[in-house]
Design a protein around this ligand. Structure first.
Ligand SMILES: Nc1ncnc2c1ncn2[C@@H]1O[C@H](COP(=O)(O)OP(=O)(O)OP(=O)(O)O)[C@@H](O)[C@H]1O
Length: 237
């Protein structure tokens, strides 16, 4: 499958089981929200998906490539936006993107073209010449998402990308990333905020390392996803 496949992933931190046989398959071009309260295991899963560490059992496939057996091919198809920002605030937006392009072996006109195209997709093209440090939090985040797209990945992972942003900035980013999925990108969006999930999104609810629900958000949530999410994570607490 060209999307993202997570099969039977288990991971322990010492005596603590952070992930317990987590299985999730996200179809190509789908926005999947990974919704979980604090400590659910979202960041641990992202660490495994990005190969910061390896799972103790289970397997991961990115755009058809097994992460353990073909790590380079799998990681090439992956764009990542981590929870903490990793921008160089002294550089312009454009320069930040070009440095990242160079890390992917891209340079010259090709890199320039890709940087501008990625910024355009996030509605940031007119800010290309501004210093990253002069941007507000929402624009910095959009710039990081643009940067994650520069090597044209098929799968985009975002770990709580709206933390610390105001409501308008959050809404803009949520909307931009949904548009990316509509254009064909496979998206895994980790969050603990129910209002970032659209009714027709794919939704996986993670709590204490286990997937409690997996399906269409509107179906799982019924009339009120917030209430449903609270009751599910409370029941299992
Ligand atoms: N490096 C680590 N060493 C030991 N325990 C860890 C480590 N990282 C996470 N944990 C534990 O694993 C569990 C899952 O944590 P994780 O950070 O993956 O959850 P999360 O859903 O990302 O939470 P948050 O929303 O608070 O970031 C928690 O009990 C946490 O304390």
């Amino acid at each position: 499958m060209a999307g993202l496949k997570i099969e039977g992933i288990t991971h322990d931190w010492g005596a603590r089981r952070a992930l317990d046989t987590v299985t999730l398959a996200v179809e190509p071009g789908r926005f999947c929200a990974l919704l979980g309260p604090n400590g659910a295991g979202k960041s641990t899963l992202f660490g495994l998906l990005t190969r910061l560490f390896v799972p103790q059992s289970g397997r991961i496939e990115v755009a058809g490539h097994d992460l353990a057996r073909e790590p380079r091919a799998a990681l090439t198809q992956m764009g990542v936006v981590f929870q903490s920002s990793t921008l160089d605030l002294d550089l312009t937006v454009r320069r930040n993107l070009l440095y990242f392009a160079a890390l992917h072996g891209l340079s010259g006109k090709d890199a320039e073209h890709r940087a501008m195209a990625a910024l355009e997709r996030l509605g940031m093209a007119e800010r290309a010449g501004e210093r990253a440090g002069a941007l507000n939090g929402g624009h910095r985040r959009r710039m990081e998402i643009a940067r994650a797209l520069i090597h044209r990945p098929k799968v985009l992972l975002l770990d709580e990308p709206t933390v610390g942003l105001d409501a308008a900035s959050r809404a803009a980013i949520v909307s931009h990333v949904h548009d990316l999925a509509t254009d064909g990108l496979t998206v895994l969006w980790a969050t603990h905020l129910v209002d970032e999930v659209h009714a027709d999104d794919r939704l996986a609810i993670l709590h204490r390392g286990r997937i409690l629900a997996d399906g269409e958000a509107g179906v799982i949530g019924g009339d009120n996803l917030s209430t449903r999410f609270l009751s599910m994570t409370k029941e299992a607490a």
